[in-house]
Write a new protein. Structure first.
Length: 304
């Protein structure tokens, strides 16, 4: 699907003109891919890389355009089951247009960074900048979910919570790889700024982006290390909770078995003491109760 945008009065506006500066292809079909390859001479491998979630960020200089692949977090859905995925996006910068290729239809030009844009170069850079904050937003959500899971693990023995923690840890590994890949891309953009045609302000903006991306990487690394170090502790907590429960059940079983033994002993179909006594029933019940009290006393005295 193709969407067209233009830059008017320092704002990005959707339009339907054939001379638009911004062309956004969301999950392009075969005809659209063929058009991009034949008419715009976009490399087929690079085009396919823009929709490959496993592709690393990279920068390539073609004869008539600059090809750029960057990583961005995929919009989270409840159906993903706490799996935070990463996707790729392709930016193809020509002299008079910027072609954006995405594997899914998402809002691109929302948020504060796009309230004012002056050039195609700035749009390209701000798209990468927006992905950095998108990663940060997801990291905050992951941290909140992790805290909630920790509380549940402390009070539950279910394996599902541990599996959820492992899923979050796995997602953070992919995030770390993608954020680091974007960092390398930003560095390459800065080195090739003169060849691309970045202004002084845009080069300074790249410096700020590098700082933000490094902070994002460190934050993801901290969360990943915390989850990794706590996985064993959480498993131990679950095991300890199980041991406490089993110990409690064993003590209850013993407490029940002792009076049961007393009553059973006096229920034998043979000659036994007290069988002719008028208060034999109550004496036996009293002995059973006394046995329960004795076990309870020993339990508390030994601090079982």
């Amino acid at each position: 699907m193709l969407r067209r945008y233009s830059i008017e009065n320092n704002k990005i506006i959707e339009s339907d003109s054939s001379q638009d500066q911004l062309l956004v292809y969301c999950n392009p079909d075969e005809n659209e891919k063929r058009k991009l390859i034949e008419e715009l001479t976009i490399d087929e491998h690079t085009l396919n890389s823009a929709m490959d979630p496993d592709e690393l960020s990279r920068l390539e200089f073609e004869p008539n355009h600059v090809a750029l692949i960057y990583k961005r977090p995929k919009n989270y859905s409840g159906k993903d089951g706490l799996v935070f995925k990463v996707s790729s996006a392709g930016l193809f910068l020509f002299k008079d247009k910027l072609v954006i290729v995405l594997p899914e239809d998402i809002p691109l030009f929302d948020g504060k960074p796009f309230t004012k844009v002056t050039s195609l170069n700035e749009v390209m850079v701000k798209l990468i900048y927006r992905s950095i904050f998108h990663f940060l937003e997801h990291l905050k959500i992951i941290n909140m979910i992790s805290d909630e899971l920790e509380k549940k693990i402390n009070a539950s023995m279910e394996n599902s919570y541990l599996i959820n923690l492992f899923t979050l840890e796995k997602s953070l590994v992919y995030y770390l790889n993608s954020i680091n890949s974007n960092g390398v891309l930003i560095d390459k953009l800065k080195l090739g700024g003169a060849k691309i045609g970045f202004s002084t302000e845009e080069v300074e903006f790249l410096d700020d982006m590098m700082i933000e991306n490094n902070q994002c990487y460190r934050q993801a690394e901290i969360y990943s290390n915390i989850l990794a170090s706590l996985m064993d502790a959480r498993a131990s907590i679950v095991g300890n909770n199980l041991n406490v429960l089993m110990k409690t059940l064993n003590i209850i079983t013993i407490a029940i078995m002792v009076p049961t033994f007393v009553v059973s002993a006096f229920s034998m179909n043979v000659t036994i003491p007290l069988q002719q006594h008028n208060y034999a029933f109550w004496i036996i019940i009293g002995m059973a109760g006394l046995s329960v009290a004795t076990v309870t006393y020993i339990w508390k005295h030994k601090k079982w």
